[in-house]
Write a protein that binds this ligand. Structure first.
Ligand SMILES: C[S@@+](CC[C@H](N)C(=O)[O-])C[C@H]1O[C@@H](n2cnc3c(N)ncnc32)[C@H](O)[C@@H]1O
Length: 215
């Protein structure tokens, strides 16, 4: 099963370093790929979020690679790992355990492929962990998951609940509508980056991305 998903991913993506973390090579759908211009009914995947490196994920991985002490020796959970960059960055910077979590099996397969490309081993989990206690982790990464208001409400409420248990919660986000003014009062800006040109084209109007920490 994982092998079938992996061969489809390899067929439709190319290795790319044209993003904020060029030290990581990631298989992505880029302008060179037929899928970039494909019509919806020609795409063999439903919502292939894992095929793109979202601005929020780019900010998260960039910050981790530049500030390894944040994850060194820590137990990290990357919720909604997508292509797996946040996970790979945390493994590279010496986290004691990193789990890449996504409910999309293609994201799990893409993360596994990208981990191999970057010479790291990753642990994956495809359960929906939102709403659970996640006691075995002390750091949670949320890369670009505030794109839907209803989901943002559930996600933010859950993060505030688990934060009470002494966890560090990092949120990468380019300014999506789900990260409302009200929610921003509960997070602290820790870094801001300009997005590379290809990411700006891909993300219609976003030119910057930020990393936030739940207070
Ligand atoms: C916008 S993408 C971001 C991917 C990656 N973090 C990045 O920034 O490049 C959101 C990801 O969250 C995943 N997702 C959505 N709901 C989820 C849930 N309840 N638990 C785990 N992952 C989820 C999607 O499958 C998708 O891969």
């Amino acid at each position: 099963m994982l092998k079938d998903l992996a061969s489809l991913i390899v067929k439709h993506t190319v290795p790319s370093r044209r993003h904020l973390t060029p030290e990581l090579v990631l298989r992505l759908v880029t302008p060179e790929c037929p899928l970039w211009r494909a019509k919806e009914d020609e795409i063999p995947f439903k919502d292939p979020f894992w095929a793109f490196y979202w601005p929020g994920g780019q900010a998260t991985a960039r910050y981790i690679l530049d500030n390894g002490e944040l994850v060194k020796g820590r137990r990290v959970l990357d919720i909604g790992c997508g292509c797996g960059a946040g996970t790979i960055a945390a493994v590279k910077m010496g986290a004691s355990r990193v789990v890449a979590n996504d409910i999309d099996p293609y994201a799990i397969a893409a993360t596994s492929i990208n981990a191999i490309l970057n010479d790291v081993a990753v642990e994956t989990n495809s359960n929906d962990l939102i709403g659970t206690k996640c006691e075995e982790f002390d750091t949670i990464l949320i890369g670009d998951m505030f794109y839907d208001e209803e989901f943002a409400n559930v996600l933010f409420g859950w993060l505030q609940g688990v934060r009470g248990e002494g966890k560090t919660i990092l949120i990468g986000d380019p300014g999506r509508h789900g990260l409302t003014e009200k929610r921003r009062q509960h997070i602290e800006l820790i870094a801001k980056y300009n997005l590379p040109p290809e990411s700006c084209i891909e993300n219609h109007g976003f030119t910057e991305t930020s990393l936030w920490k739940l207070k």
